[in-house]
Design a protein around this ligand. Structure first.
Ligand code: AP5
Length: 209
């Protein structure tokens, strides 16, 4: 399985990627997670990326493409992957196509997770992450169990003022990928406005088409 999960911030790409990892045995490659890890470790790349991330802008293509190239070279990516949050613009999509052509492993499909703006906003403002295990919760839709003991934190870019910018960037730079992948015959559209299991079933059906 070699797929891209495409969708606006908060559409559920990360949530669904983790379920797909369990059922398909291929890794999730999330550029957002790789970047957040670099920021947390204060690497040189992380320090460069932090300002863009905190303000809701995209990190520069060269940095992201370098990260992806390195990730593809790891043994667990040989049999497939779920790309989550990459590509994010046409230049990244073209670079990805070239990389995969060189590897002789083209994409199987690109799944667009469709969701209204109002719902995206609620999902993003409600998202909380367990500081201890990294599990993702949502104060509105998926709160932690009553006995949950660890501290929950909010991503810096999930603050209301940054969410607006992220959604703007999605409209301007990422949305054109819908046409791009539709023209390539790879696009599958899934209704992401349903509970997690229902969305998962829709994705599973879509990638088998
Ligand atoms: P990134 O980490 O990729 O963030 P994003 O695309 O904005 O997506 P999110 O992680 O916010 O949302 P998601 O779709 O994964 O939703 P989730 O499953 O968590 O990017 C962050 C930043 O890094 C970017 O702004 C940019 O600066 C940089 N970056 C990353 N990639 C880049 C690239 N390629 N190029 C340049 N820069 C890049 O769900 C959200 C919430 O909803 C959770 O609380 C969850 O519990 C809940 N939820 C999920 N599904 C459901 C459901 N079905 N029903 C109810 N609640 C649900």
């Amino acid at each position: 399985m070699r797929i891209v999960l495409l969708g606006a911030p908060g559409s559920g790409k990360g949530t669904q990627s983790q379920l797909l990892v369990k059922t398909h045995g291929v890794p999730q490659i999330s550029t957002g997670d790789l970047l957040r890890d670099a920021v947390a470790k204060r690497t040189e790349l992380g320090q460069r990326a932090k300002a863009a991330m905190d303000s809701g802008k995209l990190v520069d293509d060269a940095t992201v493409l370098g990260m992806i190239r390195e990730r593809f070279s790891k043994p667990d990516a040989v049999n497939g992957f779920i790309l989550d949050g990459f590509p994010r613009n046409i230049a990244q999509a073209e670079a990805l196509e070239k990389m995969l052509q060189e590897l002789g492993t083209p994409l199987d499909s690109v799944v667009l997770m469709n969701l209204d703006l109002g719902i995206l906003f609620k999902r993003l403002t409600g998202r909380r992450i367990c500081e201890e295990c990294g599990k993702v919760f949502n104060v509105f839709t998926a709160p932690p169990a009553a006995g949950h003991k660890h501290r929950l934190i909010q991503r810096p870019d999930d603050k209301e003022e940054v969410i607006g910018k992220r959604l703007e960037v999605y409209e301007a730079q990422t949305k054109p990928l819908i046409k791009y992948y539709d023209a390539a015959g790879l696009l599958r559209v899934v209704d992401a406005d349903a509970d997690v299991d229902t969305v998962f079933k829709s994705i599973d059906r879509a990638v088998k088409k």
